[in-house]
Every structure is written in structure tokens, then in C-alpha cells.
Design a binder for this molecule. Structure first.
Ligand code: CIR
Length: 255
């Protein structure tokens, strides 16, 4: 029998990142060398946690292409290729589709639907989807029909005041989320929750640990008290592009 491999799809960071989409942040210059060093370290951390990192080639003309999470939703049973809400990001799709085709049966979100992967949070058999400036109702309905045969239930959550659902809530254990309660009601998710500040809500669960942005240092002891092993990762440059730790990879298992 083939052993299970952990795969991380990432993409090289283009110099055009300084022309990225911005919704809530004011544009501040991103130091490209520093951003690339942080991104390289992020990939090393993933490798240390057992992931085979597949870095897709740079897309010089696609400023936000490093944020691969938004282009797909990968489940154990299939992958859904999204249709990003920002028009400037739609050309990111073909290369993500090609990268995932060898690992999963693919489904697609079609016009007029839009979905950004950053709005999609899976908790067991429930998939929470943010209704945001990027993900629309039609996209949510398409996603619901796609995952129903696989026995997932889709729950729509209104997102106001942050870019994506996962800007404000992420899963750190099977029954535990970290959440910015200024933006979201923890009662929505039906699992235990840890309240965190806005700049610490986007954490990335990896094999046996959780990557936490250095802006979340103050909540590490709270997480550890829940039995979560935490590793701090500096994401300060891409945070200026409204990117968090989940945004820069697609993590999944394959055989
Ligand atoms: C955008 O606005 O699309 C990018 N500048 C940031 C995307 C971050 N992605 C994510 O949170 N999943």
C-alpha cells in the first residue's frame, strides 16, 4: 500500500506584489526581499512539518498569485476550482487547476458564481462559507451542490469588516477554532473557541502543530493550554497585502 504523503502547493512571490488587491488596508510598500525571505521560511517550516512543498513558478503579471489558497478548495474526496471574486485574480486559476488535476477529481465554480478559498472553512462534515465581498450567494449555492454528494453540509456566514471568513476564524484542532469575536459570533461554529485579536485569527493547522503569526504571540499560552503545539511564523510583509498564513498554501494528503 502507498504511504500517505502531505502535499503543500505554494507559488513563488512576484515583484508585482506591490500592485496587489487591497480592500481594507491602505497601501504600504512591501519590501520584496524581506517578503521573499519570509515566504521561503514559511515553505521551510511546512517542509519541517512533513510536507512535500510544490512551489509553482512565479506569475510575474499576477500580483496576488502567491495567495494560492483562494484559487481552490481541496477536500479529501475532490477539489473545487474557484472563481475568485476579484477579476484581477481569475488568471491564477489555470495553473492551479493543472497542479491539482493529478491529485483529485476536479469541480469548478462557474460564472456568475464567485468563491475565494479564503472564505471556506471546513470543520468535519460542515463547510462554512463566508458571504463576503469576494464570495457571492451563487458561488455558495454551487459549492453546496458540488459537496452534497460527498455528504458535506454548507453553512453560509455573513462576513462584514474583514476580507475573508478565514481572516477572522481558523481551525486549530478538530473541535477548536480561534476567532476574532469583534467580527464573528463564536456560537456559529458549534465547537470550542479561543478569542484572539484580529491580527492573530488567521492560523494554519499543519501536521501536529499550528502556525501562528508573530502578531499572535500573546495568545500562544492560551493555545498551549488547550494542548495545541504552536510555532510562530513571521508574515509581516505579506500581511500588508492582506494575506495571512493560510493564504499561501493548499495543504492536503495524497497517496
Ligand atoms: C487579495 O486581496 O486578494 C489579496 N491581496 C490577499 C488575499 C489573501 N488571501 C486569503 O486571505 N486567503
Amino acid at each position: 500500500m502507498n504511504p500517505t504523503r502531505s502535499i503543500a502547493i505554494t507559488r513563488a512571490l512576484p515583484a508585482s506584489i506591490n500592485r496587489c488587491e487591497l480592500t481594507y488596508h491602505t497601501r504600504t510598500p512591501i519590501d520584496l526581499a524581506r517578503a521573499r525571505a519570509q515566504h521561503a521560511e514559511y515553505q521551510r517550516v511546512l517542509a519541517r512539518h512533513g510536507y512535500e512543498v510544490i512551489e509553482l513558478p512565479e506569475e510575474p503579471e499576477l500580483p496576488d498569485s502567491v495567495f494560492v489558497e483562494d484559487a481552490a478548495v481541496v477536500l479529501d474526496e475532490c477539489a473545487i476550482i474557484t472563481r475568485p471574486g476579484a477579476e484581477s485574480r481569475r488568471a491564477e486559476i489555470p495553473t492551479i487547476r493543472a497542479a491539482l488535476a493529478r491529485y483529485r477529481e476536479l469541480h469548478e465554480i462557474n460564472e456568475p458564481g464567485t468563491v475565494d478559498g479564503g472564505d471556506v472553512l471546513r470543520l468535519g462534515r460542515r463547510i462554512f462559507v463566508g458571504l463576503s465581498t469576494r464570495t457571492n450567494q451563487d458561488g455558495i449555492e454551487q459549492l453546496r451542490s458540488i459537496v452534497k454528494p460527498y455528504d458535506y453540509q454548507v453553512v453560509a456566514v455573513e462576513v462584514n469588516g474583514s476580507l475573508h471568513l478565514k481572516s477572522s476564524v481558523t481551525v486549530v484542532a478538530d473541535d477548536l477554532v480561534v476567532i476574532d469575536t469583534e467580527v464573528l459570533d463564536p456560537g456559529l461554529f458549534g465547537v470550542r473557541s479561543i478569542e484572539v485579536p484580529a491580527n492573530a485569527a488567521n492560523m494554519l493547522r499543519v501536521n501536529n502543530a499550528v502556525l501562528c503569526p508573530t502578531t499572535g504571540t500573546s495568545v500562544v499560552t492560551k493555545l498551549e493550554a488547550h494542548g495545541v503545539q504552536v510555532e510562530l511564523v513571521d508574515n509581516s510583509e505579506l500581511a500588508k497585502a492582506e494575506g495571512g498564513l493560510t493564504c499561501c498554501s493548499l495543504l492536503f494528503n495524497a497517496t
